[in-house]
Design a protein around this ligand. Structure first.
Ligand SMILES: [Zn+2]
Length: 274
């Protein structure tokens, strides 16, 4: 249903209640222009929450043609969630079937997302059956497709709606990473809009980052060890199970729901306007 025109569908609108996105409802106070004004007001002498949107847009202007789509998308995201303009976007052409979000190092604290913005959007759909892949890419590609299928389910979309639609797939992958940043700001740092205006102590931020590192370890440790990790055999079935469990970890689920909620709201918005 997404295939022909990105996001133009009435079916998904009817399915809107299929997922529970209540996890995103708290801290709505963040969604105001004040946060954005705070970021750019200069009251923050620390780098962490600096507004990076201009340099991000500059970077997006400089990469491939298809980045124009993501540029428009990025503008919509930071318009809705101004606090996310503190996230640095890094073009990583070496990344295929992968993307990542990080908090920086102890000396260089800032949120960043590594993503292959130079890639044609088509490359974000599942590889075609006859598409030749480097051997090193195969496992990443398989995992990538599994992850897209999980997103398909979370969106209550039909099979192929995401895997066959490079634009939607790229948007979802990008939004997923933004979801991690949002989660970090709201649920780990618990930054309030006033703090954007007054400045946040860097010490508290680095403490929060350490806390996330600890929780990440615990999250991973609490997962049952998939067979392929024990014996080194990358068996398809156990990988699939591992991916599904990984994707159900609190923080991954949060990032997915952030992404799906954004897309579904965009669809609902379009449907009411057309
Ligand atoms: Zn993730």
């Amino acid at each position: 249903m997404f295939k022909d025109s990105f996001l133009r569908t009435s079916e998904v609108k009817q399915n809107n209640n299929a997922s529970d996105f209540s996890v995103l409802e708290k801290d709505e106070s963040f969604n105001n222009r004040g946060a954005r004004e705070g970021i750019s007001s200069g009251t923050l002498d620390k780098e962490f929450l600096r507004d990076r949107s201009e340099e991000n847009l500059e970077m997006l202007r400089g990469v491939g043609e298809d980045a124009r789509f993501l540029k428009g998308f990025y503008k919509e995201i930071i318009d809705k969630y101004p606090e996310l303009s503190c996230v640095e976007l890094k073009d990583a052409p070496e990344l295929k079937f992968r993307s990542s979000q990080s908090k920086g190092t102890r000396d260089d604290l800032h949120l960043s997302i590594k993503y292959n913005f130079s890639s044609p959007l088509e490359a974000y759909s599942a590889p075609k059956k006859n598409e030749k892949l480097e051997e090193s890419e195969c496992t990443f590609a398989e995992d990538y497709v599994e992850n897209l299928k999980i997103l398909e389910k979370r969106l209550s979309a039909k099979e192929g709606d995401v895997t066959q639609n490079g634009r939607l797939a790229s948007a979802l992958v990008f939004l997923h990473e933004m979801g991690h940043a949002y989660d970090f700001l709201h649920n780990y740092l618990k930054v309030k809009p006033e703090e954007f205006r007054e400045g946040v102590e860097i010490k508290r931020i680095s403490e929060a980052i350490k806390q996330v590192a600890r929780e990440t370890k615990r999250d991973k440790a609490s997962l049952p060890v998939p067979e392929f990790l024990e014996d080194g055999v990358q068996e398809r079935e156990s990988r699939q199970k591992y991916l599904e469990e990984y994707r159900n970890m609190r923080r991954e689920k949060f990032a997915d729901e952030f992404a799906c909620k954004f897309i579904l709201e965009k669809i609902a918005d379009r449907n009411t306007r057309t």
